[in-house]
Design a protein around this ligand. Sequence first.
Ligand SMILES: Cc1cc2nc3c(=O)[nH]c(=O)nc-3n(C[C@H](O)[C@H](O)[C@H](O)COP(=O)(O)O)c2cc1C
Length: 197
Amino acid sequence: MATLLRIDSSASGDNSKSRQLADAFVAQWVAKNPEGKVVTRDVNANPLPHFTSETLGALFTQEEDRTAEQQAIVAIGDELIEELEAADVVAISAPIYNFSIPSTLKSYFDYVARAGRTFKYTETGPVGLVNKDAYVFSASGSFLENTPYDHQLPYVKTFLNFIGLTVKDSFVAGGQAMGPDGEKAFTDAKEKIAAAV
Ligand SMILES: Cc1cc2nc3c(=O)[nH]c(=O)nc-3n(C[C@H](O)[C@H](O)[C@H](O)COP(=O)(O)O)c2cc1C
């Protein structure tokens, strides 16, 4: 049974355009995989703590020496990594906030990037260990894609690739604060999803 892990991060709930794009993708994936399972990780509804010195300290303490608090910290990342490893395909929806991803999604990335588990360093450089496909759904107020101001999609692709995921496709609704041009961008992105899945 195939499993799709869906990760949402917009703070705008049902009004979120990036979530609506992911909705369209998931609906089509379910139609093609009627036996499939969809797991949703909403980092806005259930935000993760920031990665702090406590987090780093817990990870660098030997398992048998960890306090109960440190065990709880490490368990957060363990659960996220196990969930990610168990998926066959990953769909990430993200708005552009201040030229990049929401900090809630950044926290998620901070927890799932774990040396020796999701990536490793080799003599020829880092190698990702989570081998699966990913799709990214993005929305922004202005049109930033392929401009020097887009630090979201290139960053998300770089990060996912670093831990071994292959971004098969991305769907971008720019211009959401720009009236009809934004509406067209959203419609175009939905049509691209229909054609891609
Ligand atoms: C906190 C915040 C920061 C934002 N920063 C940007 C930005 O840097 N560039 C931009 O084009 N739009 C920006 N926007 C607009 C959002 O990207 C836009 O509303 C988009 O539709 C949000 O995605 P969503 O509909 O999935 O929530 C920002 C919105 C918020 C709430």
